[in-house]
Design a protein around this ligand. Structure first.
Ligand SMILES: NC(=O)c1ccc[n+]([C@@H]2O[C@H](COP(=O)([O-])OP(=O)(O)OC[C@H]3O[C@@H](n4cnc5c(N)ncnc54)[C@H](O)[C@@H]3O)[C@@H](O)[C@H]2O)c1
Length: 365
């Protein structure tokens, strides 16, 4: 049984719903939020969970094995470092950091801690991606050629009424950091690491500091290429992914926040016969989707059965990708990955030197 505290009752309430699906693996002791009313509402059916407003009550508690960080982005690194220092495991919402330098700080803390850190990329979990994974692992998909991703969502002024959103200080980035980060994780997860990125960004939808539109091209180490189109100015919220492999084309539906739970199509190509694909699809049992699937994989990893969890290295890769996107957009040049220690935006991509919550400095363009 993993005993834990959830910090933050926004998306933290959805994490809690995931823990409820796994009562034999997790025991939630605290839900912490400055807004005790919000936390009380989220726990109204869970009287055993103690609502607290000060995370200092949870962090040193020896009965806590895991800290689940669902706080605004500027708090992710300092709270992760504190939790790791206290020997806790950490689940951290995206983004795990605001620069590759901060990612290095987390790595150093992990080196000195008995805790592990799991970044949250729950979109990976569910039937559609389990099917795609099975087709790749059996060799039927074959060589990847190209992929496209659309993160076309609708965010208006009410969304930005929460003060940290839309600002460099609070959110540390725009649509490429806060929204398309899931789609980019999926592209990397199924096509392998990105070798080079080229990006154009725009702020055209809302009156905010950060980007809300993007057109991004990627060359993967495998030789495949991928494109990502991002806007927060769509009429309705849709996400769409298409992967073209030598042996098949895989295409999602348009469910915005749970692509794995949508109906996918897998169409045979070349030497592969449709019956071969359908046979493999028939053998995929429905795995737990979303947060429950993510949390199940974390529990398995903590019990020594690694393989399906989101790793710290996945989190590093996601931040390197964001860093490369901002660098490319600002310099007008493509950027090679992985990002080295000497990278131009190593200390952050913020246009102002406003990183306040950790010791990092920032790069000014
Ligand atoms: N994985 C996903 O699909 C997903 C979805 C939404 C948000 N997120 C991420 O989750 C994080 C939180 O987003 P959100 O939408 O829940 O934000 P939110 O602002 O709605 O909720 C954050 C909560 O943290 C509380 N809080 C802030 N500082 C605190 C402190 N020092 N101590 C205790 N509580 C404090 C606030 O009162 C607030 O209720 C962000 O990093 C966001 O990017 C991820």
């Amino acid at each position: 049984m993993i005993r834990l505290a959830i910090l933050g009752a926004g998306i933290g309430a959805s994490h809690l719903a995931g823990y409820r699906v796994l009562p034999n693996r997790y025991s939630v002791k605290y839900l912490c939020d400055l807004d005790s009313g919000r936390a009380s509402e989220a726990t109204e059916h869970d009287p055993a969970i103690k609502v607290i407003t000060d995370l200092e009550e949870a962090l040193p508690d020896p009965e806590i094995d895991l800290i689940d960080i669902c706080l605004p982005p500027h708090l992710h690194v300092p709270v992760s470092l504190r939790a790791l220092e206290a020997g806790k495991h950490v689940i951290c919402e995206k983004p795990i950091a605001r620069s590759t330098h901060e990612v290095d700080q987390i790595e150093a803390a992990l080196d000195h801690s008995t805790g592990q850190l799991f970044p949250v990329f729950q979109y990976r979990y569910g039937t559609g991606f389990a099917q795609l994974r099975a087709l790749i692992d059996t060799g039927l998909a074959g060589k990847p050629f190209a992929a496209s991703s659309e993160t076309h969502w609708n965010r208006q002024a009410d969304y930005y009424s929460i003060p940290w959103r839309g600002t460099w200080d609070g959110e540390a980035g725009g649509a490429v950091l806060g929204h398309a980060i899931h789609a980019h994780d999926l592209l990397c997860h199924f096509l392998g690491p990105v070798a080079e990125v080229s990006a154009f960004l725009g702020t055209g939808v809302n009156d905010i500091e950060v980007d809300d539109c993007a057109a991004i091209s990627m060359r993967m180490e495998s030789g495949a290429v991928a494109t990502s189109s991002v806007t927060l100015g769509a009429a309705v919220n849709t996400s769409r992914l298409r992967f073209c492999f030598e042996g098949l084309t895989a295409e999602s539906g348009t469910l915005p926040y749970a692509p794995a739970e949508d109906q996918w199509t897998f169409i045979a190509r070349g030497q592969v016969r449709q019956e071969e694909i359908d046979d493999i699809l028939a053998g995929v049992t429905n795995p737990l989707p979303g947060f429950a699937g993510f949390l199940y994989a974390v529990a398995e990893a903590l019990d020594g059965r690694q393989g399906n969890e989101v790793t710290f290295e996945d989190g590093r890769r996601s931040i390197e990708m964001v860093s490369a996107i901002y660098q490319s957009a600002r310099t007008g040049q493509s950027v090679k990955l992985p990002i080295g220690k000497e990278a131009k935006f190593r200390n952050g991509w913020m246009p102002t030197s406003s990183m306040t919550a950790s010791s990092s400095t920032t790069t000014r363009e």
